[in-house]
Design a binder for this molecule. Structure first.
Ligand code: FAD
Length: 386
């Protein structure tokens, strides 16, 4: 019996670690990722201001697992009818059960000029490009405008880092930062109290927010926008353009993020979770693409794969066992905004030092939970010295 996990982000690492503990010895386990490290993606924006944090947010996969075979390769195709994975090496992997955890890629929606001119923010190298372009504009001594398009978790945090970078470089009075969001509010997928607190944190740093503003086109110096209600079109010049306007599926899934229900089952033997899927949970709610959802969905996928493997190994007699259902229930949300942070804990929204401490402890708690103790300690140091 062969279980394969594709992708070693939050979903894939959590799933593999759970399966290592729960799968019977007769099952073999393989984890595939194109990188040799696990990236703590929800901290990537920090690299814009503090490149030294890279050491704390890249964890060698070798150090995380005891039992799984780790394969470093790019997944080119997943055939969920034949249970076969094609790797870029030309090799194939056949599986009995698969956890599809390939995450998402930045979507540019074929809008003219966006992919050519907008810098995405998904990787450390993306963050380094943003840093270099921001510092070049700051060091020129001229006035400059940085535009961040998309005010989800990544856009909000990128804008906060850019504002604080300008301040640290003594250029806050010359650097204008504008956030463009197509929907009616910043952090549009999150609770209203959280949205208001995030907006207040951004505004207090002089960041201009334009909601209901869709980007329609970009050239090397100008972004064309359309107001969602009035249809009014405007142009905005920029010196740095960061695009965090949306996500699509992995190329290995032909750009698709398939919908899965609360058992996370895509087919009888393939489970899709984390950002790789659009999950509708046991309450019928669409689950927001987030590290929290990736980790929590992995716990349910591990339980279901283990149940099915155990059932098949015992000859699969009788009815298929009942599978666990994923209900997305988080205690709250936290984002950083430069040196500040906003945390929603239950109905309460917290900012300032308490939110900063919470942010550091959540990141470090996650790293400790996957055995990355050195990185956890370094992250706390980086976050609390911010
Ligand atoms: C700047 C930023 C800030 C964020 N802040 C927050 C936050 O504060 N809170 C929060 O909850 N979420 C946050 N998020 C979102 C969060 O990071 C994602 O939702 C989360 O990473 C999804 O986890 P995942 O395991 O599904 O995918 P990922 O973490 O993206 O992992 C996917 C893995 O698959 C691998 N992979 C992809 N394609 C292939 C392929 N073809 N072959 C082989 N390997 C492949 C990748 O190398 C990667 O290791 C933020 C995201 C960004 C970019």
């Amino acid at each position: 019996m062969h279980v394969v996990v594709l992708g070693a982000g939050y979903a894939g690492v959590t799933l593999t670690r759970k399966l290592e503990a729960s799968l019977p010895a007769a099952a073999t386990l393989t984890l595939v990722d194109e990188n040799e490290t696990h990236l703590v993606q929800h901290e990537v924006h920090r690299v814009i201001r503090r490149p030294s944090i890279t050491d704390a947010i890249e964890v060698p996969l070798e150090s995380l697992f005891d039992r799984a075979e780790i394969v470093t390769a790019r997944v080119e195709d997943v055939d969920t009818d034949t249970n076969r994975v094609v790797l870029d090496s030309g090799e194939t992997l056949d599986y009995d059960y698969c956890g599809l955890c390939l995450g998402a890629e930045t979507a540019f929606y074929d809008l003219p000029g966006i992919e050519d001119h907008g810098v995405p923010l998904k990787s450390i190298s993306d963050a380094e490009v943003v840093r270099q372009q921001a510092l070049a504009a700051i060091d020129s001594g001229d006035d400059a405008r940085f535009v961040v398009s998309g005010a989800g978790l990544s856009g909000v945090q990128v804008a906060g880092e850019l504002a604080t970078l300008a301040e640290e470089e003594g250029a806050a009075d010359r650097i204008e930062i504008v956030v463009l969001e197509q929907l009616g509010s910043v952090a549009p997928a999150f609770p209203a109290g959280f949205q208001e607190a995030v907006e207040a944190e951004l505004s207090s740093r002089g960041i201009e927010i334009r909601t209901e503003t869709a980007v329609v086109e970009a050239t090397e110096s100008t972004i064309e926008t359309r107001h969602e209600e009035s249809g009014e079109r405007r142009s905005i010049d920029y010196d740095l353009f960061v695009w965090t306007g949306g996500i699509g599926g992995s190329a290995a899934m032909a750009g698709d993020r398939p919908i899965v229900r609360s058992d996370l089952r895509l087919t009888d033997s393939t489970f899709a979770l984390g950002d790789a899927a659009r999950i509708v949970d046991a309450d019928g709610e669409a689950v927001p693409a987030s590290a929290s959802a990736a980790i929590r969905s992995a716990r349910v996928a591990a339980e279901n794969i283990t149940t099915l493997v155990g059932w098949e190994l015992s000859d699969g007699d009788g009815f298929e066992p009942r599978l666990a259902q994923f209900r997305f229930d988080v205690p709250g949300w936290i984002v950083s905004v430069g040196d500040g942070a906003v945390a929603q804990v239950g109905p309460k929204v917290v900012t300032g030092k308490a939110a900063n401490a919470l942010k550091a402890s959540v990141g470090a708690g996650y790293l400790s939970s996957v055995r990355a103790i050195r990185q956890a300690t370094e992250l706390v140091g980086e976050e609390l010295n911010a």
